[in-house]
Ligand binder design. Structure first.
Ligand SMILES: [Mg+2]
Length: 259
């Protein structure tokens, strides 16, 4: 590890800005969501009792979450009561897409035992206070980044407070300059690109999602480093990243040692 840290390039990296996706890139958030959704399903199934007529599996929960995300303007920040409602609707026989739409329109499964707001609160708390495992090469990669003079900005579409807590927990707060909440659209990356590009900086992004990190960033002329993770969207994205890595450290080295 120490050898890696000695391997810093002699030339300055102050003209480089590294955008680092947080969830599923630095840590395995997917596993946290899978566990939280399973708890939510168990609670709702238990509350609905004999009304349940369909078996719902983990992949169905993922599909329900994706369907709501695609329909809601707040994307992954949609209120979890919609997930609870949609899961209940699927459990009584509604198909996933229809359940997502009905959930957003306010349709509910009537049950005295099911408190949608309580289930949603517990779901949010379990995600907010969980500590996901770091992904491969993150610890060493962050140490290497800290020694570089490049600017390091961590991006999240979720809670900045949660990301900051995890950075503190892992001792990474000193490794980053800023945590930014960002709706990862082409326009948002264009704004970042203009903001830093006008100062002559080259922007890179390291992210796990082809659809949410790589495609919109590449469209904004940001160099893209794809670090595939456990999160697999239902719809395929065919964008080709500039680099693909199997360890966060490999991505940092690419950026640090580029010509
Ligand atoms: Mg991600």
């Amino acid at each position: 590890m120490d050898q890696v840290l000695k391997d810093n390039p002699s030339h300055s990296r102050s003209d480089v800005v590294v955008l680092i996706d947080a969830d599923n890139t630095l840590w395995d958030t997917n596993a946290v969501y899978v566990a939280a959704r399973q708890c939510l399903l168990d609670e709702i199934r238990s509350a609905l009792g004999t009304q349940v007529c369909v078996q719902v599996r983990s992949r169905d929960l993922h599909a329900i979450d994706e369907a709501i995300y695609r329909l809601h303007k707040k994307r992954y920040l949609y209120p979890p009561r919609f997930l609870a409602r949609a899961v209940a609707l699927v459990l009584i026989g509604e198909d996933v897409q229809s359940a997502a739409k009905k959930s957003l329109r306010g349709s509910k499964v009537e049950s005295e035992l099911m408190s949608e707001s309580e289930i949603a609160k517990r779901y949010t708390r379990s995600i907010e206070f969980s500590t996901p495992h770091l992904r491969r090469g993150v610890k060493t990669g962050m140490r290497l980044l800290r020694k570089s003079s490049c600017q390091r900005i961590v991006l999240t579409e979720g809670s900045v407070r949660r990301v900051q807590r995890l950075l503190d927990h892992y001792g990474f707060s000193v490794c980053v300059n800023h945590v930014q909440s960002l709706n990862k659209s082409r326009e948002a990356f264009d704004d970042l690109s203009r903001s830093f590009g006008d100062r002559g900086a080259q922007l890179y992004i390291i992210g796990d999602s082809l659809e949410r990190d790589i495609a919109p960033a590449k469209a904004a002329s940001i160099r893209t480093v794809h670090f595939p993770g456990g999160f697999r969207p239902a719809q395929r994205c065919n964008v080709v990243p500039d680099y693909t890595i199997n360890s966060f450290l490999a991505g940092v080295k690419i950026i640090n040692f580029r010509e």
